[in-house]
Design a protein around this ligand. Structure first.
Ligand SMILES: CC(=O)SCCNC(=O)CCNC(=O)[C@H](O)C(C)(C)COP(=O)(O)OP(=O)(O)OC[C@H]1O[C@@H](n2cnc3c(N)ncnc32)[C@H](O)[C@@H]1OP(=O)(O)O
Length: 136
Protein backbone atom coordinates (compact mmCIF):
# COMPACT_ATOMS: atom_id res chain seq x y z
CA UNK A 1 0.00 0.00 0.00
CA UNK A 2 1.32 3.50 -0.80
CA UNK A 3 1.67 6.21 1.84
CA UNK A 4 -0.95 8.33 0.11
CA UNK A 5 -3.60 5.61 0.21
CA UNK A 6 -6.06 5.95 3.09
CA UNK A 7 -6.09 3.16 5.64
CA UNK A 8 -9.10 0.83 5.03
CA UNK A 9 -11.79 1.48 7.59
CA UNK A 10 -10.18 4.77 8.66
CA UNK A 11 -12.43 7.82 8.94
CA UNK A 12 -10.65 9.78 6.18
CA UNK A 13 -10.81 6.98 3.61
CA UNK A 14 -12.90 7.98 0.60
CA UNK A 15 -14.97 5.09 -0.68
CA UNK A 16 -16.80 4.73 -4.01
CA UNK A 17 -20.46 5.69 -3.74
CA UNK A 18 -23.07 3.50 -5.43
CA UNK A 19 -23.13 0.17 -7.23
CA UNK A 20 -20.27 -1.12 -9.35
CA UNK A 21 -21.92 -1.05 -12.79
CA UNK A 22 -19.09 -1.19 -15.36
CA UNK A 23 -15.56 -2.54 -15.03
CA UNK A 24 -13.17 -2.39 -17.97
CA UNK A 25 -9.49 -2.04 -18.79
CA UNK A 26 -7.86 1.02 -20.38
CA UNK A 27 -6.10 -0.01 -23.59
CA UNK A 28 -3.38 1.66 -25.75
CA UNK A 29 -5.92 2.43 -28.51
CA UNK A 30 -7.72 4.78 -26.07
CA UNK A 31 -4.74 7.10 -25.42
CA UNK A 32 -4.26 10.75 -26.36
CA UNK A 33 -1.02 12.44 -27.51
CA UNK A 34 0.21 12.62 -23.89
CA UNK A 35 -0.06 8.86 -23.51
CA UNK A 36 -2.94 9.20 -21.04
CA UNK A 37 -6.40 7.81 -21.67
CA UNK A 38 -8.81 10.13 -23.54
CA UNK A 39 -11.32 11.90 -21.33
CA UNK A 40 -13.91 11.04 -23.95
CA UNK A 41 -13.30 7.33 -23.44
CA UNK A 42 -13.84 7.70 -19.69
CA UNK A 43 -16.97 9.76 -20.35
CA UNK A 44 -18.27 7.06 -22.68
CA UNK A 45 -17.83 4.38 -20.00
CA UNK A 46 -19.63 6.62 -17.50
CA UNK A 47 -22.50 7.25 -19.93
CA UNK A 48 -22.87 3.50 -20.49
CA UNK A 49 -22.83 2.79 -16.76
CA UNK A 50 -25.42 5.51 -16.12
CA UNK A 51 -27.51 4.09 -18.95
CA UNK A 52 -27.43 0.60 -17.41
CA UNK A 53 -28.54 1.99 -14.05
CA UNK A 54 -31.18 4.13 -15.77
CA UNK A 55 -32.65 1.22 -17.73
CA UNK A 56 -32.86 -0.84 -14.55
CA UNK A 57 -34.63 1.94 -12.63
CA UNK A 58 -36.93 2.99 -15.48
CA UNK A 59 -37.54 -0.61 -16.58
CA UNK A 60 -37.02 0.24 -20.23
CA UNK A 61 -35.29 2.56 -22.68
CA UNK A 62 -33.62 5.76 -21.54
CA UNK A 63 -31.58 8.52 -23.20
CA UNK A 64 -29.00 10.90 -21.78
CA UNK A 65 -30.37 14.43 -21.77
CA UNK A 66 -27.82 16.29 -19.63
CA UNK A 67 -24.51 15.99 -17.89
CA UNK A 68 -23.49 18.27 -15.00
CA UNK A 69 -20.42 18.74 -12.87
CA UNK A 70 -18.10 16.60 -14.95
CA UNK A 71 -14.74 16.82 -13.23
CA UNK A 72 -11.56 15.09 -14.35
CA UNK A 73 -9.65 14.69 -11.08
CA UNK A 74 -6.77 12.45 -12.15
CA UNK A 75 -5.52 10.88 -15.39
CA UNK A 76 -6.14 7.25 -16.33
CA UNK A 77 -3.21 5.21 -17.70
CA UNK A 78 -3.00 2.17 -19.96
CA UNK A 79 -3.53 -1.00 -17.92
CA UNK A 80 -5.57 0.68 -15.20
CA UNK A 81 -8.88 -1.02 -14.45
CA UNK A 82 -11.66 1.56 -14.70
CA UNK A 83 -14.49 0.88 -12.24
CA UNK A 84 -17.66 2.93 -12.69
CA UNK A 85 -20.13 3.28 -9.82
CA UNK A 86 -23.70 4.57 -10.16
CA UNK A 87 -26.34 5.80 -7.73
CA UNK A 88 -29.83 7.08 -8.59
CA UNK A 89 -30.12 10.29 -6.55
CA UNK A 90 -33.43 11.68 -7.82
CA UNK A 91 -36.43 10.39 -9.76
CA UNK A 92 -38.80 12.87 -11.40
CA UNK A 93 -41.83 12.17 -13.59
CA UNK A 94 -39.90 11.05 -16.70
CA UNK A 95 -36.31 11.94 -15.78
CA UNK A 96 -33.83 10.81 -13.18
CA UNK A 97 -30.47 11.98 -11.92
CA UNK A 98 -27.70 9.43 -11.57
CA UNK A 99 -24.45 10.14 -9.76
CA UNK A 100 -21.59 8.48 -11.60
CA UNK A 101 -18.08 8.03 -10.23
CA UNK A 102 -15.14 6.53 -12.14
CA UNK A 103 -12.31 5.00 -10.13
CA UNK A 104 -9.02 3.64 -11.48
CA UNK A 105 -7.29 0.64 -9.97
CA UNK A 106 -3.69 1.35 -10.92
CA UNK A 107 -1.93 -1.24 -13.03
CA UNK A 108 1.31 -1.55 -11.05
CA UNK A 109 0.27 -0.75 -7.49
CA UNK A 110 -3.41 -1.82 -7.36
CA UNK A 111 -3.92 1.53 -5.61
CA UNK A 112 -7.48 2.78 -6.14
CA UNK A 113 -8.24 6.45 -6.94
CA UNK A 114 -11.33 8.40 -7.93
CA UNK A 115 -10.56 9.87 -11.37
CA UNK A 116 -13.83 11.42 -12.57
CA UNK A 117 -17.35 12.19 -11.38
CA UNK A 118 -20.50 13.67 -12.90
CA UNK A 119 -24.26 13.86 -12.50
CA UNK A 120 -26.12 12.45 -15.50
CA UNK A 121 -29.77 13.09 -16.26
CA UNK A 122 -31.57 10.34 -18.17
CA UNK A 123 -35.10 10.46 -19.56
CA UNK A 124 -37.22 7.34 -19.91
CA UNK A 125 -38.60 7.09 -23.45
CA UNK A 126 -41.22 5.01 -25.22
CA UNK A 127 -40.88 3.24 -28.57
CA UNK A 128 -41.36 6.55 -30.41
CA UNK A 129 -38.64 8.27 -28.41
CA UNK A 130 -41.12 10.35 -26.39
CA UNK A 131 -40.70 10.82 -22.63
CA UNK A 132 -42.67 8.27 -20.58
CA UNK A 133 -43.43 8.15 -16.88
CA UNK A 134 -40.94 6.26 -14.73
CA UNK A 135 -42.66 3.44 -12.79
CA UNK A 136 -42.67 3.85 -9.01
C1 LIG B 1 -27.63 14.48 -29.34
C2 LIG B 1 -27.21 13.16 -28.83
O1 LIG B 1 -27.01 12.18 -29.49
S1 LIG B 1 -26.96 13.09 -27.13
C3 LIG B 1 -26.82 11.41 -26.72
C4 LIG B 1 -28.11 10.65 -26.63
N1 LIG B 1 -29.21 11.45 -26.18
C5 LIG B 1 -30.21 11.77 -26.99
O2 LIG B 1 -30.23 11.46 -28.16
C6 LIG B 1 -31.35 12.56 -26.37
C7 LIG B 1 -31.86 13.66 -27.33
N2 LIG B 1 -32.95 14.39 -26.68
C8 LIG B 1 -34.24 13.97 -26.77
O3 LIG B 1 -34.56 12.99 -27.44
C9 LIG B 1 -35.28 14.76 -26.02
O4 LIG B 1 -34.72 15.99 -25.60
C10 LIG B 1 -35.81 14.00 -24.77
C11 LIG B 1 -36.63 12.79 -25.17
C12 LIG B 1 -34.65 13.54 -23.86
C13 LIG B 1 -36.66 14.92 -23.90
O5 LIG B 1 -37.66 15.43 -24.74
P1 LIG B 1 -38.43 16.80 -24.32
O6 LIG B 1 -39.48 17.04 -25.33
O7 LIG B 1 -37.42 17.83 -24.03
O8 LIG B 1 -39.13 16.34 -22.98
P2 LIG B 1 -39.65 17.22 -21.76
O9 LIG B 1 -39.47 18.69 -21.96
O10 LIG B 1 -41.04 16.70 -21.47
O11 LIG B 1 -38.68 16.78 -20.57
C14 LIG B 1 -38.67 15.46 -20.12
C15 LIG B 1 -37.91 15.39 -18.82
O12 LIG B 1 -36.54 15.71 -19.07
C16 LIG B 1 -36.13 16.78 -18.23
N3 LIG B 1 -35.17 17.57 -18.98
C17 LIG B 1 -35.29 18.01 -20.26
N4 LIG B 1 -34.18 18.70 -20.60
C18 LIG B 1 -33.34 18.67 -19.54
C19 LIG B 1 -32.05 19.19 -19.26
N5 LIG B 1 -31.37 19.89 -20.18
N6 LIG B 1 -31.51 18.98 -18.06
C20 LIG B 1 -32.16 18.25 -17.11
N7 LIG B 1 -33.41 17.72 -17.30
C21 LIG B 1 -33.97 17.94 -18.49
C22 LIG B 1 -37.41 17.55 -17.91
O13 LIG B 1 -37.27 18.30 -16.72
C23 LIG B 1 -38.40 16.40 -17.77
O14 LIG B 1 -38.21 15.78 -16.51
P3 LIG B 1 -39.48 15.29 -15.58
O15 LIG B 1 -40.50 14.63 -16.46
O16 LIG B 1 -38.86 14.32 -14.60
O17 LIG B 1 -40.01 16.52 -14.91
Amino acid sequence: MQDSEPVPGHADEEMPQGDLTVRTIAMPADTNANGDIFGGWVLSQMDQAGGIAGVERARGRVVTVALDGMTFLRPVAVGDVLCVYTRVSHVGRTSMKIEVEAWARRFRTQHREKVTRATFTFVAIDDEGRPRAIPT
